[in-house]
Design a protein around this ligand. Structure first.
Ligand code: SF4
Ligand code: SF4
Length: 441
């Protein structure tokens, strides 16, 4: 029986805006004439370039070598000539090295399907190494290298594997469409992650605003005979955040500064699970993803399967262009995404959405003084005091902010959303965390 669960503390209910694309099937985005492929599309150290200007590369070729424990390989989705190795700004506000490739339309990746017998005989270690070789990184936003996450450290035990089908950010439907169109592959990918992690129980968490995805996944689960539990989660932002999802499913809280595995949980996003399936079943590296192109300023909102390195401009053109002048372009969802000022910004492994928002949707009200209403505190799912943290950061007291648990902030935006004075609280948290990183590096 399906249950409706949620986390205990804070949270908000923004309009979900899913209808703009929830019924749009995944369609292919054309390759660009020039692809710009960053060597850092994941959390951790950038990959080291394996190519130079003038090289000719093949679609699917590894072009960047993982350079540390927390790092991931980079593959090119397109073949062609390397025009230059340069550096670009990505939406998170960092400069990263990137390859500029003039695309050869004739070059296409050749899948290498593996037999069921071969796949059944793989050991967890062999699966890890194939996932690592494919450069799989978390596709829900943080882009944490998957082979690191699925390798359970000595002395720890994965009691739960939780598949994150929540997709709680407004507008986004990439994971929803994957569940509707690729349920079987997702369930097989889930079983392979279960084998890699040795998890005892598998729970697939889906928010209650995706009844079709719930029904399709439940039917496929029964048909394939997997003993997984499907859990219906209450529509409440940020239900899809790893810590909130774990709490909703298990009732356990990840301790401050701790990791999910500390309380016996491993979480894999739906997109990541699909990438694991493709890596193991087809030998396909992670070089493309589903991107929701939406927002009230987009003519024909859609879900596009897109090669990494494709400029935002191309996806927007494929979605019919702008219906009116957008006030803001966002990479990701409206709550946790980043404003984008250059339409040549390339899609990366973690780009779940591109939103074009009109003036009506953008909160451009003038910031006024704090009225000490406490709404930000009540909204914070991490139990923090956003107004206090904001003031500490404003006065440059970063260590004091750290002592008040600034590093537990998920940058979910619940505080900013709730604030009647329109104070840019989450931007303040991001600044404070960045300053702390700069001090310690
Ligand atoms: S952005 Fe940080 S401080 Fe604000 S509500 Fe989210 S977790 Fe709390
Ligand atoms: S919600 Fe805004 S106005 Fe209210 S206490 Fe927090 S910062 Fe101040």
């Amino acid at each position: 029986m399906l249950q409706q669960r949620t986390f205990r503390r804070g949270g908000i209910h923004p309009p979900d805006k899913k209808r703009l694309t929830s019924r749009q099937p995944i369609t292919a985005c054309a390759n660009p004439p020039t692809a710009v492929i960053p060597f850092s599309q994941h959390l951790g150290a950038p990959a080291n370039p394996l190519i130079s200007k003038g090289d000719v590369v093949m679609a699917g070729q590894k072009i960047g070598e993982s350079s540390g424990f927390i790092s991931a390989h980079i593959h090119t989705p397109v073949g062609g000539e390397v025009k230059e190795i340069t550096s670009i700004f990505i939406p998170a506000g960092f400069s990263v090295p990137a390859a500029v490739i003039a695309v050869d339309e004739e070059s296409a990746f050749q899948e290498e399907p593996r037999s069921a017998q071969e796949l059944d005989s793989l050991t967890p270690e062999e699966m890890h190494s194939r996932v690592q070789e494919a450069g799989v990184a978390g596709m829900g936003g943080a882009a944490f290298p998957a082979h690191v996450k699925f390798k359970i450290p000595k002395g720890k035990h994965a009691e739960y594997l939780i598949i994150n089908g929540v997709e709680c950010e407004p507008y986004l439907n990439a994971d929803n469409r994957l569940m509707l169109e690729h349920a079987e592959e997702l369930l097989i990918g889930t079983e392979w992650i279960r084998r890699m992690t040795g998890a005892g129980r598998v729970v697939i968490g889906i928010e209650a605003n995706k009844p079709e995805a719930l029904a399709v996944m439940r039917e496929a689960c029964g048909r394939l005979g997997f003993p997984f539990t499907l859990t219906k989660l209450k529509v409440q932002y940020p239900q899809g955040d790893e810590k909130q999802l774990i709490e909703a499913v298990t009732g356990r809280e990840v301790p401050s500064g701790g990791l999910p595995i500390d309380i016996g949980a491993v979480v894999s996003n739906v997109g990541t699970t699909f990438a694991v399936y493709e890596a193991l079943a087809k030998g396909k590296p992670l070089f493309e993803r589903v991107v929701t192109v939406s927002g009230e300023a987009i003519k024909q909102p859609m879900n596009l399967r897109t090669a990494v390195g494709t400029p935002f401009r191309q996806l927007i053109e494929q979605a019919g262009g702008f219906s009116e002048e957008p006030m803001k372009i966002v990479a990701g969802g409206p709550m946790m995404g980043f404003a984008v000022y250059d339409l040549d910004t390339p899609v990366m492994k973690g780009t779940s959405g591109i939103l074009a928002l009109t003036k009506k949707q953008v909160n451009d009200a003038v910031q006024t003084a704090c009225i000490s209403c406490g709404r930000c505190v009540r909204a914070c799912p991490m139990g923090l005091q956003p107004t206090r943290l904001y003031h500490l950061i404003d006065y440059g007291r970063y260590e004091d902010a750290k002592a008040s648990y600034l590093l537990d902030c998920k940058e979910c935006g619940c505080c900013s959303y709730s604030c009647p004075a329109k104070i840019h609280l989450v931007q303040g948290m991001r600044l404070g965390k960045r300053m702390l990183r700069n001090v310690s590096s």
